[in-house]
Design a protein around this ligand. Structure first.
Ligand SMILES: O=C(O)CCC(=O)C(=O)O
Ligand SMILES: [Fe+2]
Length: 253
């Protein structure tokens, strides 16, 4: 079953199903999220078993991908731990450098991510099919939704790029044994832009597959993220709902 609203945005998505700025992205992948048990602290729709947050991840079977579930589960645990450690440094830095007003009064930051949601994607970007010189969209320009994104990428250069404030695109090529860490919308909102969400994109690789594993360390689902009371759950649902084309509807591609 393909990923979509019916699966709680979990599971496999085919090439072109993810859409950024109205254009199909040239990648396929497996989307996983923290599973939120019914009546957990996580969701304001605790009584609605159909709510997308309560869906289970759609793992490949052990025969299809031996060891994958165990390895990915351990990886998600390790990245959650890393997210806490980086956010503790962010919190220390804010306390040292900002007044309460400057940091939008978010001096109780740790309470906003003490039960953090997470999303993880295992992505394959096929090589660009067009003639050399034409840039093909692996993922179009966007900012991530939450607090921090830790990206593990293979050794394919020339794909991941960030956009500087002057508008120039800069490659973020792989460095052995290093993760790329991006700042997401929520940390930008909470700190009034002191920490800026990084606009980024992925260009399709030239002559080989590229594989990446972004892990999104997110706030508590209930955490208010804007002064109007919008919660992270509202934000992520509106983002996820607008991300996907119906793979059977060619008109949208
Ligand atoms: O593949 C990558 O390096 C980044 C993917 C990405 O930006 C995303 O999934 O939000
Ligand atoms: Fe991203």
């Amino acid at each position: 079953m393909l990923q979509g609203a019916a699966t709680g945005f979990r599971g496999f998505q085919v090439c072109g199903q993810n859409v950024t700025q109205g254009k199909a992205d040239q990648h396929e992948g497996l989307d996983l999220m923290r599973e939120i048990p019914m009546a957990g602290k996580g969701s304001r729709v605790d009584d609605d078993p159909a709510h997308f947050m309560h869906k289970a991840n759609l793992w490949p079977t052990e025969e299809e991908a031996p060891g994958l579930r165990t390895a990915f589960t351990a990886y998600a645990d390790a990245m959650t731990d890393l997210g806490f450690r980086i956010m503790a440094k962010v919190d220390d830095g804010l306390r040292e450098t900002c007044t309460q007003e400057e940091a939008h009064g978010i001096m109780n930051l740790p309470e906003m991510y003490d039960d953090p949601f997470w999303i993880m994607r295992a992505i394959r970007y096929p090589p660009a099919s067009s003639p050399t010189g034409v840039e093909e969209q692996g993922v179009g320009e966007h900012r991530d939704y939450g607090l921090l994104t830790m990206i593990l990428q293979d050794d394919t250069p020339g794909c991941l790029q960030i956009r500087r404030e002057n508008g120039a695109w800069e490659h973020v090529d792989p460095v052995p044994d290093c993760l790329v860490v991006n700042i997401g919308d929520v940390l930008d909102f909470w700190t009034g832009g002191y920490f800026k969400a990084t606009p980024h994109r992925v260009l399709a690789p030239r002559d080989r597959d590229r594989v990446s594993l972004p892990f999104f360390f997110e706030p508590n689902l209930h955490a208010p993220i804007l002064p109007d009371g919008t919660t992270y759950e509202d934000h992520v649902l509106s983002k996820l709902s607008s991300n996907f084309a119906d793979p059977t509807d060619q008109a949208q591609k």
